[in-house]
Write a protein that binds this ligand. Structure first.
Ligand code: GDP
Ligand code: MG
Length: 597
């Protein structure tokens, strides 16, 4: 295919504005799938994505579009996630394209992630075509939203394409805009190969699959490819495209996207953003990669059954292959044994990974309290990076601690603004800006990330009945009065429950956790003290009264089989408990205790 007949583009939007539905319609319009093969949201192919109705992974598909000018174009479409946690996926897909379709719900208008995504597209030098979706809704106000796009984003919206992805209205208009308004890719098939590694994942039948965008040269089946950053060399077994099913081809040329399958054993060989070249005729330079992702939230993941440790290691390696923004390293905990310290881009990301581990890999896990990354300066002048509260040095050795801050943009209908401002100031937020876009307020706040990771997003949603949108960027580190709160059960510290908080909030949180643990830990034969402490100073305390009798006591010895059954049951229950000194804590207590109200 000549370059002039290729278009590579992404669809960007705020969550729920209709990206995936539009992608489905375009796939359908190009006849890539029969009506029967077409399930809703073809590109959201992870179970979890369909259930939650969100896109987690950027997905790509190749379409053939016979345009009005009589030519048939090759369209490579990338659907991207909309949630803040997955902004990294967005930046990757943008690096592989020349243009973006900016989908805005005509009944909602511009939202926080519309802005975040469109600025990323502008940074990537994309040509942008605004699409007004959901014009079938009575509440749609295309003219007002066009004005808003011009005013807030500053891109022309006169010739925005008005569509309904749901009913299929004017999908043709979108396809024509793609071929007439977006630029074709550039590149030279004769030059040495340069292909960008965009994504990789593990296929149970084929092994490692790598998604690439060829920039220069030609990627052929059978050649030896070299990953420029790791230097690893592999023979390419298969080259193919997504149409949308995986379809082998002989080669892919400049400007094209596709996949390669090679016997790659080491997951570490596949670095997202790396440049792939031909080992026989290598390119002189690697392509400019994209920024590596930096995890902002860490937590420990431990197998409930210690024997699952190797399985967990193996599963994490496979997940990491598919999600370069996910990090992990081995960790041991006095309470929980062998496990991994894992880094995530946010809480939703954490939740998704945990759920994937349990569903796709059938693992039962205990997660410890999520923590942000702190910078510590010791009294002797050395500096430490801390992402595990259990590793926090004694306060007497610490000169000062810095915590990460974010700059958050919150857009919300006027009537909920008061509640949002209260929430932000409760979380130590500092207002940076407050403006209006029509009847929606746009509040910009600086907030400590620590106050946001736990439940800020959930609280914001419930306070505004789902109408607020939220986006954030990291915004440096600042010194802060932080303390570690340890939780002691029957005088034994439970490292997995310790957490770091601002001193002003420490007592309230310590008390809340003790109260919750009191309900979560079953009574035992002796009294149990539950304490929260800063250093050796106890700041909160609860007591669980002793159980008066053994469960089997009432059977006296009379009914042996009933007694055995009860003991059996007890044993079963114990498997899901963790022993702390003399006390057993149910697995479910760990997460539940850490949730804030
Ligand atoms: P995404 O999060 O941007 O991928 O959004 P989805 O494609 O998952 O769509 C979110 C919701 O909006 C779904 O319930 C869709 O059925 C609905 N939706 C998408 N496009 C339209 C449209 O044109 N009109 C109406 N009424 N609903 C739509
Ligand atoms: Mg989607």
């Amino acid at each position: 295919t000549p370059l002039s007949l290729i278009r590579n583009f992404s669809i960007i939007a705020h969550i729920d504005h209709g990206k995936s539905t539009l992608a489905d319609r375009m796939i359908q319009a190009c006849g890539a799938l029969t009506a029967r093969e077409m399930t809703n949201q073809v590109l959201d192919n992870m179970d979890l994505e369909r259930e939650r109705g969100i896109t987690i992974k950027a997905q790509t598909v190749r379409l053939l579009y016979p345009a009005k000018d009589g030519q048939t174009y090759v369209l490579n479409l990338m659907d991207t996630p909309g949630h803040v946690d997955f902004a990294y996926e967005v930046s990757r897909s943008l690096a592989a394209c020349e243009g973006s379709l900016l989908v805005v719900d005509a009944s909602q208008g511009v939202e926080a992630q519309t802005l975040a995504n469109v600025y990323q597209a502008i940074d990537a030098n994309h040509e942008i075509v605004p699409i007004l979706n959901k014009v079938d809704l009575p509440a749609a106000e295309p003219e007002r939203v066009k004005a808003q796009i011009e005013e807030v984003i500053g891109i022309p919206a006169d010739d925005a394409v008005e569509i309904s992805a749901k009913t299929g209205l004017n999908i043709e208009g979108v396809l024509e805009a793609v071929v007439t308004r977006l630029p074709p890719p550039q590149g030279d098939a004769e030059k040495p190969l340069q292909a960008m590694l965009i994504d990789s994942w593990y296929d149970p039948y084929l092994g490692v699959i790598v998604l690439v965008r060829v920039k220069e040269g030609r990627l052929r089946r059978g050649i030896k490819m070299r990953m420029m950053s790791s230097g690893a060399v592999h023979q390419i077994d298969q080259v193919g495209v997504f149409s949308p099913r995986m379809t082998p081809v002989d080669s892919i040329g400049p400007g094209e996207m596709g996949y390669i399958n090679a016997a790659i054993k080491t997951v570490a060989d596949c670095n997202v953003g790396d440049t792939i070249t031909d080992d026989r005729r290598p390119a002189e330079k690697a392509l400019a990669g994209f920024k590596p992702s930096i995890p902002v939230v860490w937590c420990g993941l431990f197998p409930v059954v210690a024997d699952d440790f190797e399985k967990l290691r193996d599963s994490l390696a496979k997940l990491r292959l598919n999600d370069a923004s996910f990090h992990y390293e081995a960790e041991t905990s006095a309470a929980l044994g062998f496990g991994f310290r894992c880094g995530f881009l946010g809480l939703l990301h954490l939740e998704i990974i945990q759920e994937r581990l349990s569903r796709e890999f059938d693992l039962d896990l205990i997660a410890t309290a999520p923590s942000v990354v702190y910078n510590i300066t010791m009294t002797n002048g050395t500096k430490e990076v801390l992402h595990n509260p259990a590793d926090m040095p004694d306060l007497s050795q610490i000169d000062h601690i810095e915590e990460p801050w974010i700059k958050a943009t919150i857009m919300v209908p006027d009537e909920y603004l008061g509640a949002v401002l209260t929430l932000c100031s409760e979380r130590r937020g500092v207002q940076a800006d407050l403006t209006y876009v029509g009847t929606r307020a746009m509040a910009v706040y600086r907030l400590p990330l620590n106050e946001v990771v736990f439940d800020f997003y959930d609280r914001l949603k419930s306070l505004t009945r789902g109408y607020a949108s939220f986006d954030y960027q990291m915004d440096g580190y600042e010194e802060s009065d932080l303390v570690r709160i340890s939780i002691l059960v029957n005088q034994e510290p439970v490292d997995a429950l310790s957490f770091i908080a601002h001193r002003s909030a420490s007592e309230t949180r310590g008390r809340a956790i003790c109260a919750r643990l009191k309900d979560l830990i079953p009574r035992q034969l002796f009294k149990i003290a539950i304490q929260a402490a800063i250093g050796s100073k106890v700041i909160a305390r609860e007591t669980i009264g002793a159980l008066s009798k053994d469960v089997t006591a009432k059977c006296y010895g009379g009914d042996i089989s009933r007694k055995r059954k009860l003991l059996e049951k007890q044993k079963e229950g114990k498997k899901r408990m963790r022993q702390f000194g003399k006390v057993e804590i149910p697995q479910s207590a760990f997460l539940a205790a850490l949730k804030m109200d």
